[in-house]
Design a protein around this ligand. Structure first.
Ligand SMILES: C[S@@+](CC[C@H](N)C(=O)[O-])C[C@H]1O[C@@H](n2cnc3c(N)ncnc32)[C@H](O)[C@@H]1O
Length: 293
């Protein structure tokens, strides 16, 4: 375990030694991360940290900061330590029971917003909701929409419910615990959904040990896509077809190099046409949009 060598006496020394610690731990953005951690945990703005760099640090502040800096140096993701991540312009609670929302996942929200925004009362399902980022952002963007959000993890659903409440959409997002679309059975939604959206686990099991150490601290259930990374897509394609309305969309985030396989699987299964594939900012085919025939 990496830790600070001394007991920094001033805020300036704390920033300096904290940055050295994170650099030693291989964290590229060390100086910025130290500022975010200190701002988030000590309640000081970046400007205050600058202006008060010669002021002595109260022991309580120093101990709190050192505990967090040590955990960050040990590879805990910054967002888990800060407890939040921004997504679609909204602030989401995150913690070790949920995947940290990624910027590329915003493309799913955009796709759903564009297609479902034309409907008078869209019905949307978010499968594998995690922090609830997609479900909550869609409900926030589409005030007429009702959203059903499922996850196998009860702990993740607890976080998702708090995020819905934080953003005032609790009345329109229903959270359901269970396997993929099975919690929707008995709700009278067959053939009625405007869109089914999902960012499922898609990393091939064999690739998990090679992931960045921060990513390895995210829930395995959120990452592991089976031997070829495509296991959940096979099931989603089959299950979604009975819930989608004719012309409804299945909108899927995919991993690098998976878009073609997912489109092929949809064509082989039948009942879907490929509506389009969106690229993310890195030029990776990231979102597959399928239309129910
Ligand atoms: C990649 S994470 C996505 C989380 C969130 N939607 C996002 O985009 O940040 C996948 C989520 O699917 C959930 N999950 C995995 N297998 C599932 C299953 N069979 N049924 C329902 N949810 C599942 C995991 O618990 C995790 O929350």
């Amino acid at each position: 375990m990496l830790t600070l060598t001394g007991q920094p006496a001033t805020y300036g020394a704390l920033v300096h030694e904290g940055t050295a610690l994170l650099l030693k731990a291989g964290i590229a953005n060390a100086a910025q991360e130290v500022r975010w951690l200190l701002e988030g945990t000590l309640g000081l703005s970046g400007l205050q940290l600058q202006l008060e760099r010669d002021r002595s640090v109260p022991a309580e502040h120093r101990d709190r900061a050192l505990a967090l800096l040590t955990r960050r140096a040990d590879g805990e993701p910054l967002q888990y330590l800060l407890g939040t991540q921004e997504f679609c312009g909204l602030d989401f609670e995150v913690g070790p029971t949920v995947l940290i929302p990624r910027p590329e996942t915003e493309l799913l929200v955009r796709e759903v917003r564009e297609m479902a925004g034309r409907e008078a009362a869209p019905l949307i399902a978010d499968i594998g909701t995690g922090s609830g980022c997609i479900a909550v952002a869609v409900a926030h963007a589409l005030p007429k929409a009702r959203v059903y959000a499922t996850d196998l993890s009860a702990d993740a659903l607890g976080v998702a419910r708090r995020n819905a409440s934080r953003h005032g959409v609790t009345q329109r997002v229903r959270f359901l615990e269970g396997d993929l679309l099975s919690p929707l059975a008995g709700l009278g939604l067959e053939g009625r959904l405007t869109a089914v959206v999902s960012n499922p686990p898609y990393i091939p099991t064999g690739d998990l040990p090679g992931l960045q150490r921060e990513v390895q601290q995210e829930p395995r259930l959120a990452l592991d896509g089976g031997p070829d990374g495509l296991a959940i897509y096979r099931r989603l394609l089959r299950e979604a077809t009975s819930y989608l309305a004719s012309g409804g969309r299945l909108v899927l985030e995919v991993g690098q190099g998976q878009a073609e396989s997912v489109c092929r699987m949809a064509e082989q299964l039948g009942g879907y046409g490929v509506n389009g594939v969106r690229r993310d900012e890195a030029g990776i085919d990231r979102v597959v949009s399928l239309e129910k025939r």
